[in-house]
Ligand binder design. Structure first.
Ligand code: FMN
Length: 144
């Protein structure tokens, strides 16, 4: 099964922590949108897509990536995200992918991320990382 993990994360690195935990759990590499060269040369059975929320939206790097993406190789996707207080980012990302005609499996995984002006210090924490690892296995099992 071809599984890929892509994410955007700002300097605070909260979403990157989730991306790395998912990737490690499934034995793949986490690829950073806007930094790594991300090409889908082979069909992807499951694409994990992660982001934070910035000014109530997915980051423009993520939005631009999906605007330009040919969705044909992506068979399924699963969403993960971190937020200050707006967990709607999970559904925002899900809709972004569905708008490209990509099938999204399961429900988005979201957790709080440390951010100025919130009480989210230390998040994602060990429990969040354990939970996202379980999520990774559950999503992979859905597309087997
Ligand atoms: C510039 C900026 C704008 C943000 N805007 C929002 C927002 O509109 N709603 C929200 O819930 N959190 C907001 N946050 C908090 C981030 O979504 C949160 O810290 C997230 O974990 C960041 O992920 P990252 O560290 O992977 O970039 C914002 C953070 C930054 C730095």
């Amino acid at each position: 099964m071809n599984i890929r993990v892509i994410y955007h994360s700002s300097k605070s690195g909260n979403t990157q922590k989730l991306a790395k935990a998912i990737a490690e759990e499934l034995g793949v590499r986490a690829e950073r949108v806007g930094k790594d060269s991300i090409v889908f040369a082979q069909p992807v059975d499951l694409l994990f897509v992660g982001d934070g929320i910035y000014w109530a939206k997915p980051h423009r790097i993520t939005r631009r990536f999906f605007e330009e993406l040919d969705p044909a190789p992506i068979k399924n996707a699963a969403v993960f995200a971190t937020y200050g207080n707006q967990f709607k980012i999970g559904d925002d990302l899900k809709k972004l992918l569905q708008g490209k005609g990509i099938n999204v499996v399961g429900e988005p995984f979201t957790c709080k991320g440390a951010s100025v002006g919130t009480k989210n210090q230390g998040r994602p924490d060990e429990t969040d990382l354990q939970n996202v690892r379980a999520f990774a296995q559950q999503m992979a099992a859905l597309v087997k």
